[in-house]
Write a protein that binds this ligand. Structure first.
Ligand SMILES: [Zn+2]
Length: 245
């Protein structure tokens, strides 16, 4: 199809189904997607990456102390109930907006790769989704967030989406306490043969959508130990520890 024809069709579709900002619900211009310019400016950025001291000494980093020997724990946004990060996460999870997950990753990647991380990272390991959930949703939001991060970096970086597999989950975590949740998630991740080779002696960045108790990330970290990664960092779309404290 000719580019002009495609532009015309897109403009026509926009007239019929105008897209609204996922945060403030105002109708977006045809060339914009998901989040309007004023909401972009007002996103609750953590900006922990701007200060070397805060790469690990921040509320999210403190959650993982003694559990993951990470050199940086850098969530992109603060999560507040009813806030814009929650609306974005909701759109990503329940409205199938995988392009939004990618865009958030790209937006963060552009900023992060200019920050002085303690070493050159080798790639991103997104938290794998349970196969049944991935089938229902059609994609893994952490993987698309990681793809956005990788594509924004100054040098090519892999997204290891087959390095770790998630086994069948036993029961829902919704009504469980912290300890039970940890027991439940403890051994759901399994390093694949491909993963053992790919992650060997690499500086691995674990990627998740939301960091709350840290149980999932801790379990993921433990699963990659046989590959002997040389360094570990954590990047998430949001930090929600305060919201659930
Ligand atoms: Zn808006």
């Amino acid at each position: 199809m000719l580019p002009t024809a495609r532009t015309f069709i897109n403009a026509f579709l926009h007239l019929l189904f105008p897209e609204a900002c996922v945060v403030c619900k105002r109708v977006l211009n045809a060339e914009l997607r998901f989040v309007c310019p004023s909401c972009r400016l007002a996103l609750p950025y953590t900006d922990f990456f701007k200060d070397l001291q805060q790469h690990i000494d921040n509320p999210a980093g403190r959650v993982l102390i003694g559990r993951i020997p990470a050199d940086f724990v850098l969530p992109f946004l603060h999560f507040q109930k009813g806030g814009s990060a929650q609306k974005i996460l909701h759109a990503i999870k329940y409205r199938g907006a995988k392009a939004l997950a990618y865009e958030m990753g790209y937006l963060y990647g552009e900023r992060l790769c200019r920050a002085s991380l303690p070493y050159e990272i080798d790639g991103f390991l997104p938290v794998p989704l349970h196969p049944k959930k991935q089938h229902q949703r059609g994609y893994n939001q952490s993987e698309y967030f990681a793809r956005g991060l990788a594509d924004a970096w100054q040098y090519p970086l892999p997204v290891w989406n087959r390095a770790v597999e998630r086994r069948v989950q036993r029961a829902s975590q919704t009504h469980k306490g912290l300890w039970e949740r940890w027991l439940n998630v403890r051994d759901v991740f399994e390093l694949t043969t491909e993963g053992k080779r790919a992650l060997h002696r690499q500086a691995v960045v674990l990627v998740d959508d939301v960091l709350t108790t840290g149980a999932t990330l801790e379990a993921l970290y433990k699963s990659i130990l046989p590959a002997q990664p040389r360094a570990v960092g954590v990047i998430t779309l949001a930090y929600a520890g305060d919201a659930f404290a």
